[in-house]
Structures are given as C-alpha cells and as structure tokens.
Design a binder for this molecule. Structure first.
Ligand code: BTN
Length: 243
C-alpha cells in the first residue's frame, strides 16, 4: 500500500483525482496525498476542512477482487480499526463513533469517506478517503467547528512529522486489510466493537419518533445494532443519534 504514491501540493480533492486514476487502471494500493485541498469532501455531501499541512489528506485506491459490492462498507470499518491502532502507536487512545469517525474525548479527530465504483455485482474499485487532523491548534479550525473537532496535537500537546504519521497509518491499513482478506470480517468486527464509542450504553435515537435504546454492536453490513428493554434487536442504517 502506497508504493505507488502520488503527491500534490494543492488539489481540489484527492477523491476526484482518485476517481480519474482508478478509471485509468491505477493499481490496487495507489495513494493520492495532498498538502492542501480546496474542495475537501466529507460524508453526506459535507465539505472537509483541509488546510495546508495541518493534517493528512489522502485517498487509497483499493481493488478487492473477492469482495461483493454489498460488503464494501466492511472496508470502511477495517480502515477505522487501522486508524485506532495507528493512533495508539502514536500515543493516543481513541474510539470509533459509528459509523466510522475516530473520536478523542467527545471530539472528531478523523473522518473516512468511502466511494465505490461497481458494475453488475463486481467491484471495479473503492476509494478510501481519509482525513486526519494532526497539527492544528484549536484556533486554526473554523469557529463553527471548534466545539466539535480536535487534532492529534491538541490531544497530546506534541507536533508530528506528517510523513511519519502517514507511514504508521499505511502500515496499519495494510495489515488490517490483509487480515480482512485472509480471515474475513469477523476478527475486524470484534476489534471494531472493542473500540466502539459508547458500546452497551443507552442512547437517544431519532427516526420517525425519538426513543432510547442500548447500542450493542454492529451487523456484518455495518448497520448499528440496538436493543430495547426486552432485548429485542434492531439494525439501523441511518438515524439521528444523540451521542
Ligand atoms: C467525513 O467524516 O465526513 C469524511 C471526511 C473525509 C475527508 C478525506 S480528506 C482526503 C479525502 N479527500 C476528500 O476530499 N475527502 C477525503
């Protein structure tokens, strides 16, 4: 992973170039990394703040030949577990907030955006876009984000060499990806649950109505598993959750 590494000082979004290169047959494991993104994208059509050298903004092109499109979300969960382990190596204990944000305390440290191109039940490629806040100080985040996000530097008080952090993450990603391909999703699911933010706690959830439920784990397809007072389980794919 990352042997084929494409670096840009400034780019609109590493995801855009990722799509272009993947369409042109870039090999599995190609990484596109940028110092700065002018149109960084987040999940749910949000934007992603990616200032110059403040963090790691990169996209990995994956071509998992044996994976079915319906199981592609599992890869996002693989990446989240790899990120938790990378942060641990860097000296910070973090949690995964469903579906795949990495949190420290109650604040967001990294986000993952997965995009897939598939045809007739065959995955052509998956783009794993990872944004990691590393060296920002609190006042370097836009004001409206300050209460919600954090950086590795804010959490530990130290500055980091981005190249070193990248190598740590790339190594963990490769390890976890190999485990996933060789042993399947089960070991990853277990690790994901060990790192889950607020597992076995009662949460307030809003779908059509608002109710309380216990968060008990995730399903194979990444859905959130909740339980009511009688132990009846439901899988949620999208809902507003008051963490
Ligand atoms: C989210 O939490 O909403 C996901 C954020 C993903 C951001 C990364 S930064 C590298 C890659 N390029 C993008 O434009 N987005 C992803």
């Amino acid at each position: 992973l990352g042997k084929n590494l494409i670096h840009r000082k400034s780019i609109d979004s590493t995801q855009f170039l990722g799509h272009d290169l993947a369409r042109e047959d870039a090999p599995h494991g190609t990484v596109i990394i940028a110092d700065h993104q002018t149109k960084g994208r987040g999940r749910l059509k949000r934007s992603w703040h990616s200032e110059d050298k403040h963090g790691l903004w990169f996209t990995v092109i994956l071509r998992p030949t044996s994976l079915e499109p319906k199981d592609a979300t599992q890869l996002t969960l693989v990446a989240a577990v790899a990120l938790v382990e990378a942060f641990r190596q860097l000296g910070l204990e973090v949690k995964i907030k469903w579906p795949n944000d990495v949190f420290s305390r109650r604040l967001k440290l990294t986000g993952i955006l997965t995009e897939m191109q598939a045809e007739q039940d065959q995955i052509e490629y998956i783009l794993l876009g990872i944004g990691m806040n590393i060296n920002q100080d609190q006042d370097q985040f836009p004001e409206d984000l300050r209460e919600k996000v954090t950086s590795l530097k804010i959490e530990t008080g130290k500055s980091y060499d981005l190249t070193q952090v990248f190598h740590e993450v790339a190594q963990r990603l490769e390890e976890k990806y190999d485990t996933f391909i060789e042993e399947g999703f089960e070991p990853i699911k277990k690790e994901w649950e060990q790192h889950a933010y607020r597992l076995n706690e009662w949460l307030t959830i809003k779908t059509k109505e608002t109710f309380q439920a216990k968060f008990v784990g995730i399903q194979h397809d990444g859905a959130l598993l909740i339980e009511d007072e009688l132990g009846r389980q439901t899988a949620l794919y999208s809902a507003e959750i008051y963490w």
